[in-house]
Design a binder for this molecule. Structure first.
Ligand code: ADP
Ligand code: MG
Length: 254
């Protein structure tokens, strides 16, 4: 019963149907990689799951532990345990990371952290992520490098403790070392929060080498055209998306 189910979902953006009937199941404690070339609809699907108002669900359902959340507001989805990290995190001047995170975390919790308690916890988590604690006082993402932005997203993930985390291109625009740091952050979450289901969206195998996902699904032109285990991701690394796309196309014709 514990799962996040996407059932025959269709999503429209600006009057165009981008997601064209996607069915996927995400399980607690598993890493599910959602791959696909640029423009496949990966971010659209993630935004629709999180309830972004610009993404209109025209068909299908999203069920969290059997409960229909297809048309719930985003804040209620967050309270229910969904989290989305952005492909392009916004810079927010005047809002220090520490305050931002305390507000966000306390918003989701019955028992609120005091300023001192929270500070203590945040410092500990930042140390685990090898982030300098001076970052706490910096404005959210302002002047951050690509790698620092992604690490700030992982810090949010660790502090918010969602049940299902959608990580949209946590690796994009990063050099090899930064990808490794982000992957280590995700692996840390995996150890400390073993029940979390992680959905990692990427068009690139590199980060998956560190994460070894339990499941891999390929999205192309708004449809799932292939699914499998980690071997599917390694095949894409060697051969690109082309053979999988051709195969998927063949299957649809037959
Ligand atoms: P991916 O994340 O797989 O690269 P996206 O979900 O970002 O793909 O985009 C899928 C398609 O939807 C693209 O053709 C893109 O141009 C279109 N699209 C996404 N967001 C919008 C939007 N806000 N308005 C219009 N078209 C959009
Ligand atoms: Mg995207």
């Amino acid at each position: 019963m514990n799962k996040l189910e996407i059932i025959d979902l269709k999503v429209e953006v600006g009057g165009i149907e981008i997601i064209q009937g996607v069915t996927l199941t995400f399980h607690p404690g598993q890493i599910h990689a959602l791959m696909g070339p640029n423009g496949s609809g990966k971010s659209t699907l993630a935004n629709a799951i999180m309830g972004h108002p610009k993404y209109k669900i025209t068909q299908g359902k999203i069920l969290l532990d059997g409960k229909d959340i297809t048309h719930e507001k985003t804040n209620l989805r967050a309270k229910a345990g969904l989290f989305l990290s952005f492909q392009y995190p916004s810079e927010i001047t005047g809002v220090a990371i520490g305050n931002f995170l305390r507000t966000a975390v306390n918003n989701l919790r019955e028992q609120k952290y005091s300023v001192v308690e929270f500070h203590h916890l945040l410092k500990e988590k930042m140390a685990q992520l090898k982030m300098d604690s001076s970052f706490m006082r910096r404005y959210l993402n302002e002047g951050f490098s690509g790698g620092e932005k992604k690490r700030a997203e992982i810090l949010q993930l660790i502090m918010l403790e969602p049940r299902y985390a959608l990580l949209d291109e946590a690796d994009s625009g990063l050099d090899v070392d930064a990808i490794k740091t982000v992957a280590e952050g995700i692996n840390l979450v995996r150890k400390t929060q073993q029940e979390m289901g992680i959905i990692i969206i990427t068009h690139y195998n590199r980060i998956l080498e560190y994460l070894h996902p339990d499941q891999v699904s390929i999205l192309y032109q708004g449809k799932i055209i292939a699914s499998g285990g980690y071997e599917l991701a390694t095949r894409i690394e060697k051969e690109g998306f082309e053979p999988v796309i051709k195969n998927g196309h063949q299957r649809r014709i037959n």
